[in-house]
Design a protein around this ligand. Structure first.
Ligand code: ZN
Length: 381
């Protein structure tokens, strides 16, 4: 089969590799029909993780079940399924508590597993013709028949839509809140979208990509272009000087300042400033415990200069971590199915698998117009 293979910093290629197969009775094999490139794939693409060369990337996957292990109970051949990016066993303490991003069984010695991702276990990614899905009854969500028209919406349920939704939950958002979203990547835009769907009174989204901010403006968020205005002044203006009720951090450790220099504490400290006293910050942007290629020694250890004093003085709270996709995915599927949500609004490019190398390059450069890419392995180049 063909697969997108990581070759080293800034290099992926579409290679012929051995087919995905059933390795355990509870596995299925899925023929992939949609697989997104994620902003978090770019951390690996840029060589900023210890992702091993030769591995297959891709954790935002949707397709059709084509092989079923004899220990699988519910799934059958021909089912169209979407696959949360987290792999959960379904029976450990954390999975039982719906904290499936922190499964204790799927990646022994570590809390959390995913497809094709650094540190998240031995599982191959789905930017390929086929994907092995472990604990398949738990990790496949069967899709309704309208997947025929809404496949590009349903594939967003694998990560960016639930991750944006999760950010609003980590931020303790209530209806009527003014929600501040920092970051205009796909997750930032989906966090803003989730806040709108969850009845925020105002959603302020800070970023510097005109095309992405426009998408958010179109569904009712208020765009703040940090390269054109002072975001803190704008936040103060929209909130009568109080600050936002809560905030979503959707940038992570590779935050850049106005001069294009990396400054990992930049967004966190901006949120402490921009959120009102006793407000909550939900952090879904990626932070890592080691970053050997960071500029400073502190950042190499995964530490940042955080405004702890201000945070404490304001009595703020913080929630962090990857999205427990399983906790939300059925309800988000219903929002798509009943026409209340259309997360494919983020999508700019549908490409055959062969074009993955160019797609990675453009998405990594944040080239204008490249807001989100879905690869379609069953389409010819
Ligand atoms: Zn992702």
């Amino acid at each position: 089969m063909r697969a997108v293979v990581y070759k080293g910093p800034h290099e992926v290629s579409v290679d012929n590799v051995p087919d995905a197969t059933i390795e355990h009775p509870t596995d299925v094999v899925v023929r992939i029909t949609s697989t997104n490139i994620c902003g978090s794939d770019l951390h690996m693409y840029e060589g900023r993780t210890d992702f091993e060369e030769g591995r297959i990337i891709g954790h935002e996957n949707l397709g059709e079940v084509v092989e079923v292990g004899n220990g699988v109970h519910k799934l059958k051949r021909g089912d169209k399924v979407c696959l949360p990016f987290n792999i959960g066993c379904g029976f450990c303490e954390n999975c039982e508590a719906r904290k499936t991003a922190f499964c204790l069984e799927a990646n022994p010695g570590f809390a959390g597993a995913a497809y094709g991702y650094a540190k998240m276990g031995p599982y191959s990614g789905g930017q390929a013709d086929y994907l092995r899905v472990p604990y398949a009854d738990f990790n496949c969500l069967i899709l309704p028949e309208d997947v025929a028209e809404k496949e590009n919406d349903y594939v967003m349920l694998t990560d960016i839509f639930p991750t944006g939704w999760h950010a609003t939950h980590l931020a303790n958002m209530s209806d009527g809140d003014t929600v501040l979203v920092w970051g205009d990547g796909p997750v930032g835009v989906m966090a803003a979208y989730s806040a709108v769907l969850r009845d925020a009174s105002q959603v302020l989204i800070v970023g510097h990509h005109a095309d992405r901010l426009k998408l958010a403006e179109d569904f009712g968020a208020i765009p703040i272009n940090e390269h054109e205005v002072d975001p803190q002044e704008q936040i103060a203006e929209y909130t009568d000087g109080r600050g936002a009720d809560c905030a979503c951090e959707c940038v992570g450790y590779q935050a850049h300042n106005q001069h294009g220099e990396e400054q990992p504490n930049l967004v966190m400290n901006n949120l402490v400033q921009g959120v009102r006293p006793t407000g909550t910050i939900g952090v879904v942007g990626l932070f890592v415990p080691e970053d050997p290629n960071a500029a400073s020694e502190m950042n190499q250890r995964g530490q940042i200069a955080f405004d702890m004093g201000k945070f404490f003085e304001k009595g703020q709270k913080m929630g962090t971590g990857q999205a427990d996709v399983k906790a939300y995915i059925r309800r988000l599927r219903s929002l798509v199915h009943h026409g209340k949500a259309k997360p494919s609004l983020m999508l700019s490019h549908e490409l055959p698998l062969e074009q993955a190398p160019q797609a990675y390059q453009n998405f990594d450069e944040r080239a204008a117009g490249w807001t989100k890419v879905v690869l379609k392995p069953d389409r010819s180049a």
